[in-house]
Design a protein around this ligand. Structure first.
Ligand SMILES: [Zn+2]
Length: 86
């Protein structure tokens, strides 16, 4: 009978601990959601520098440009090679 009481106390303690953890996790999730809501969403069309291909003159975003010698940029590796050949 004594063991049964110990078991019951243990069970209650574990149940309380698990309940606490679940509430903590729920609270953390709520905080994350709030942080996500507050964060300004990155604009898909963020302003980006437009560069001009030194070979064909086409304008392209800086992230797509291929850097050539010096300050020159190219729209593709082929145009960079073509410019290097002269
Ligand atoms: Zn080009």
């Amino acid at each position: 009978m004594k063991y049964l009481l110990v078991l019951a106390v243990l069970w209650v303690a574990i149940w309380l601990w698990r309940k606490n953890r679940r509430e903590e996790m729920r609270e953390a999730e709520r905080e994350q959601a709030a942080a996500r809501a507050q964060r300004p969403t990155a604009a898909p069309s963020a302003p980006q520098a437009m560069l001009r291909c030194a070979h064909c003159g086409v304008h392209l975003p800086a992230s797509d440009a291929i850097a050539g010698p010096g300050e020159t940029v190219y729209c593709s590796a082929a145009h960079r090679q073509a410019a290097e050949r002269g």
